[in-house]
Design a binder for this molecule. Structure first.
Ligand SMILES: N[C@@H](CCC(=O)N[C@@H](CS)C(=O)NCC(=O)O)C(=O)O
Ligand SMILES: [Fe+2]
Length: 356
């Protein structure tokens, strides 16, 4: 099986990508709106077909990327039947299974953090995606969205701790940087829900957490009740449309040499190599402006903001860095020439200077 754990720093949310190796069928658990472009890039780079996005619950701290991914990749949206969200393709009930190729997940209702929380258990019971029902040495709060400490205690004890001790637990968040735990470990060491702790102790603990509401709660809950569909139609997946660009998992917008060949006159071509390379055997793209990477901070003010920029170097690595620097400086139409001068030459496009 293909497995990736992805992180959103803003909300400390984990998103999980699971895929069946043979069929390439994939699903994402708890995608984040702002990371949809990243997630789509990874799915494409790994050659997967995103069949489903799944939610563990209606989140209060971030907006789901489910709707954006459906628009972009045609994935279907699955949510809990008891979470109250509209616009899903499938409403999951207790013990429903959701398949991806030869593999599947079982949905287990684990209410308590919210009334509609689900835990997804992998077919071989070697991994469980617990959302915010069970966190690493902790658990989700129970003070809003139908939260109920007694229900959470019973969910974790009855439906998660009943899994094999070796079953890995992948939570919906971690606020300390920990990545995963296991059922056996949490049974022993969870300070709220460990086996030696009683229901009444747990309820007392949860009544006294004293947490402020999540900062994004007022926007997040209504948006998640519509599976992350924005109020106005946004095109946030395609926020650069001046060329057929690809967005890579590394966070870089790329343009292909054949496009640049045909449209060089419409863009600012910026070559970030050193002068001896610019004038060396590989030559340079006709009309390219030389700004070595080390001087870019100083010299970028000579570039126009409105006219798109294509950055070039030998292999595409330094120019990728340059495109990030330009993006940070407020240039919003910037792409990297994929493969740099090496690919440009290999594909026999014309150069100025250079050796034959
Ligand atoms: N400071 C965070 C709080 C996030 C929060 O309350 N997270 C929920 C999960 S949606 C929780 O249960 N947190 C448990 C905890 O912080 O111990 C924010 O503003 O987003
Ligand atoms: Fe949550």
């Amino acid at each position: 099986m293909i497995f990736r754990q992805l992180f959103d720093q803003q909300s400390s949310t984990y998103t999980y990508l699971l895929a069946d190796e043979a069929s390439r069928a994939a699903l994402l658990i708890d995608p984040v709106y702002e990371q949809a472009r990243r997630d789509a890039a990874l799915v494409e780079e790994l050659g997967l077909k995103l069949a489903w996005t799944l939610e563990t619950h209606v989140h209060a701290d971030h907006i789901t990327g489910a709707w954006l991914l459906k628009e972009r990749l045609g994935s279907r949206i699955a949510v809990s039947a008891s979470g109250g969200a509209q616009g899903a393709d499938r409403l999951l009930k207790d013990l429903d299974t959701i398949g991806f190729g030869k593999r599947s997940l079982e949905a287990r209702e684990t209410p308590g953090h919210t009334a509609g929380c689900l835990t997804y258990v992998l077919d071989d019971r070697m991994a469980a995606f617990t959302g915010d029902a069970l966190l690493i040495r902790g658990c989700g709060r129970t003070d809003f969205q139908g939260g109920d400490a007694r229900a959470l205690f019973r969910s974790v004890r009855g439906r998660i701790f009943s899994l094999p001790d070796g079953c890995l637990v992948y939570p919906g968040h971690d606020y300390r940087g920990l990545a995963a735990t296991s059922v056996g470990e949490e049974k022993l060491y969870n300070p709220r829900l460990g086996e030696s702790i009683g229901e009444q102790d747990f309820v007392g603990y949860m009544q006294n957490l004293g947490l402020a509401h999540p900062k994004a709660m007022e926007q997040a809950v209504p948006a998640n009740l519509k599976c992350g569909r924005p109020l106005q139609d946004v095109s946030s997946m395609k926020d650069q449309d001046w060329a057929p660009l690809t967005y890579t998992f590394a966070g870089i917008w790329e343009v292909q040499p054949n496009w640049l060949e045909e449209h060089a006159g419409e863009v600012q071509v910026v070559d970030v190599r050193e002068p001896d390379e610019f004038n060396g055997p590989l030559g340079h793209v006709e009309g390219a402006k030389l700004i070595p990477l080390g001087n870019l901070g100083q010299e970028m003010k000579a570039l126009q903001k409105e006219k798109p920029i294509v950055v070039v170097c030998r292999s595409g690595a330094r120019s990728a860095q340059a495109s990030l620097l330009l993006g940070k400086a407020g240039f919003d139409k910037v792409a990297n020439l994929s493969g740099g001068m090496l690919r440009w030459r290999a594909q026999r496009f014309a150069v100025e200077g250079g050796a034959d």
